[in-house]
Every structure is written in structure tokens, then in C-alpha cells.
Design a protein around this ligand. Structure first.
Ligand code: PLP
Length: 387
């Protein structure tokens, strides 16, 4: 298992926390220690719940987005939002340097995935995806009775592009290929060289959905490239999906979209719900695009939270998959059901079963404060033999 982890010693870790010897004494005595017959840690009794299970953004949304949403409800809640959809479309098109006609809006990006699944089903396509991956597209394809082929990821959760390509080439008819990049639940990116090489040489009948819900957290990685580059080169068999649910902290507003060439957008759009955005969501998304300071803060806090988590995982010698997202898949050294049960009792919601091997947990990165509480909880779990 290749991880970033394991390099830092216990001493280094304590120093990183800035707690030193005092912390060691405290931990050994009482603060984190608790009786073995008690399932709730003293510092978690009646504590605020920690929601670290859905890869949301604990920062909330930009204050500007929030006030724009409130104003929109107040002023236009009784009106259909036709004109403002068009305005957002052209703003988003400018943002991505594409044409408005290349965009397909969804009530969350999952709704765009649904439209793509319906389109692919009408073509009698087979769907190919890695396993594990985000399951929404698979759900829609199965509902359409499509043939779904899942290709296991490698030992380090790396996507097996060669095996997926082989499966695609073995099909006689159209194929829809689902590449979630970075992938969920593993948080790792797909190396763009092999992926771009595959897409550049694939037949037109192979349609690639690149789910880039976590794009914003990954773009700094030099081995990451968005599929938008391929669309800009005129590749009609690529669709990228993006969302306002993650870095913009708007999961509850349900705003997502797809980007593709005009030719492909014209094929998918008839299957999209259309007229599916609310005045509040549109106004919030528009303000979120303008609020560069919040965007930056969102990325920075996520990085800080990841460091806090990773330091603790190293300290506890729990392996993890290096993540370019707002969550981390890590070993728990215990059956997941017991672990989630203990976490739940302590007011912490963590991931559900997402891997074949049951001793992994996907934890969302909350605010740095939340991650400090989570890592304290994890340390106390270790003391109690729960991880
Ligand atoms: C990979 C991926 N795509 C899409 C979504 C859903 O996004 P939305 O809220 O835009 O429907 C998620 C949500 O967790 C996700 O992990």
C-alpha cells in the first residue's frame, strides 16, 4: 500500500500539534482516557454533532451567495426564473471560456448524470466504470436496464485504465464510460496521460463522462488535468460534470452542470429536466462565482484540515490514500460497522461501507476546528482499542 503516511514519528506529530510533553501527560492521565465500559468520550458528551459523512463543505456558502439567495427569494420567488437562467449560463460560459450552448444545467450535477444515462440507454449503450466509484450514474443506468460493467481498481485504489479500455473495446455497440476524477470514495486522481491517450484514440461511439465534482481541490496537482481541455479541442465524445455542492458549499442549493461540445449538448439536453433551477440557487451560484476570496479560503481550509487529519493518521499508523478532494479514505483497523457505531455514539457521522474490504472509512474534511475534534476523538479511540 502506497501512502503519504507513516513517515512522521510520534514525537514529530506532537511537535506539529504544538502540544509537547504536556499533551502526552494529559493523554496518559484523563482528558482523552475514559473507562472501558463507557462508549461516549467525556469531551464528546452532549457535544455538537460532527457531520463528516457526505463530503459537504462545513464552512457553509459564501456570505455573498447567501444574501443573494435571500434577496432572490424575496424579490422573485413568485416568478419563473427563465431570464436569470440565461444570465447564469452566459456568466458560467465566460468563466469556463466556452459557449453558453455547451452547458447543461442540473438540479445538482447528479441530475446531469441522469440525463446522460437516459441518453446512453436510448443508444443501447453499455456502461463501464471503476469499482468503487460514486454510484449515482450506475443507479440511473441500472434503472434503464443498461448493461453495467465494473472494473476493480488496483491495490492502491488507482483506476485501471488499461482494463477499462479493454472492456470498452470488447463491446460491439456504444459505450458510456464513467470516470470520476478525482475518484470518490478514494480521493485520488487519474493520471491524465493514460486517460487522455485512451480518449484521444477511442472511437466516436465511446462517450466519456468525466465527473469532476472535486476538480477545484485537485487542479493544483501537476498530474491532474480536466477533461475540459479535450472538449476545447473539439472532442464530441467527452462530457465534464461540475457542481456548486463542494468547494462553493452549496450542496443544499442543488446546482450542477455539464460541459460538452455544442453537438453533444444538443443530443443530451432533450433528456435533461430543463427548467430545473430555483431563483435562490441561481442567485447564489452567480454570487459564488464572483466571490474569489471565499473560494480561496475554502481551498485553504480544506488543505489545513487535510494536514490535521493526515498527521493524526500517520501518528496512529493508519494507512490512507493520498487525496486531492475534501475527504480521505483511511484504514480503521477495525470492522467498519463497529467503528461507525462508536463514532455515532460520540456524535460523529462518518462514511458508510464503500469498499470491498471492510476496514476502510471515508472521512469528509470539515473545518480545521472540526478536524481537531475528530482527530482528538480518533486518538481517544486508539486508547480504547477501537481503532
Ligand atoms: C463524484 C461526485 N459526483 C457528484 C456528486 C453529487 O453532486 P451534486 O450535489 O452536484 O448532485 C457527488 C456528491 O458527493 C460526488 O461525490
Amino acid at each position: 500500500m502506497k501512502t503519504l503516511g507513516m513517515q512522521s514519528s510520534r514525537r514529530q506529530f506532537i511537535q506539529q500539534l504544538g502540544l509537547g510533553a504536556a499533551w502526552l501527560g494529559l493523554a496518559a492521565n484523563t482528558s482523552f482516557a475514559f473507562a472501558h465500559n463507557t462508549s461516549v468520550l467525556p469531551f464528546r458528551q452532549n457535544a455538537q454533532p460532527l457531520l463528516l459523512h457526505y463530503n459537504e463543505n462545513s464552512l457553509g456558502m459564501s456570505p455573498n451567495a447567501l444574501s443573494a439567495a435571500k434577496i432572490a427569494i424575496d424579490r422573485y420567488g413568485n416568478r419563473y426564473p427563465g431570464a436569470s437562467v440565461d444570465e447564469l449560463k452566459s456568466k458560467l460560459a465566460d468563466h469556463h471560456q466556452v459557449r453558453s450552448e455547451q452547458l447543461i444545467f442540473g438540479n445538482g450535477s447528479t441530475e446531469v448524470l441522469q440525463a446522460i444515462a437516459t441518453y446512453a440507454a436510448r443508444q443501447h449503450a453499455t456502461m463501464i466504470e471503476p469499482s468503487p466509484t460514486f454510484g449515482a450514474l450506475r443507479g440511473y443506468c441500472e434503472a434503464e436496464n443498461m448493461n453495467v460493467i465494473q472494473v476493480p481498481v488496483g491495490q492502491d485504489f488507482e483506476m485501471n485504465i488499461t482494463a477499462m479500455k479493454k472492456q470498452a473495446m470488447a463491446q460491439t455497440g456504444p459505450v458510456l464510460i464513467n470516470i470520476c476524477n478525482p475518484n470518490n470514495p478514494s480521493g485520488n486522481i487519474v493520471d491524465f496521460t493514460s486517460m487522455f491517450d485512451w480518449i484521444n484514440n477511442a472511437p466516436d461511439t465511446h462517450l466519456f463522462l468525466l465527473d469532476e465534482a472535486y476538480f477545484d481541490y485537485a487542479q493544483a496537482n501537476p498530474n491532474y488535468k480536466s477533461g475540459l481541455d479535450l472538449i476545447n479541442q473539439g472532442k464530441d465524445n467527452v462530457i465534464v460534470s461540475r457542481t456548486f455542492s463542494k468547494v462553493h458549499g452549496m450542496a443544499g442549493m442543488r446546482m450542477g452542470y455539464g460541459i460538452t461540445t455544442i453537438k453533444t449538448a444538443n443530443k443530451i439536453t432533450p433528456f435533461a429536466a430543463g427548467f430545473n433551477l430555483s431563483a435562490a440557487g441561481i442567485a447564489a451560484a452567480s454570487a459564488a462565482l464572483d466571490d474569489k476570496a471565499f473560494y480561496k479560503k475554502s481551498i485553504e481550509y480544506n488543505q489545513l484540515s487535510k494536514t490535521i487529519l493526515v498527521n493524526t493518521l500517520n501518528e496512529l499508523e493508519l494507512d490512507y490514500i493520498p487525496s486531492d478532494t475534501n475527504f480521505v479514505l483511511h484504514r480503521i483497523g477495525a470492522p467498519l460497522a463497529d467503528y461507525t457505531d462508536h463514532m455515532q455514539r460520540n456524535g460523529v457521522r462518518v462514511g458508510r461501507k464503500m469498499t470491498l474490504d471492510d476496514r476502510w472509512n471515508r472521512i469528509s474534511l470539515g473545518t480545521p476546528d472540526e478536524m481537531n475534534i475528530f482527530t482528538q476523538t480518533l486518538m481517544a479511540f486508539r486508547q480504547n482499542g477501537w481503532v
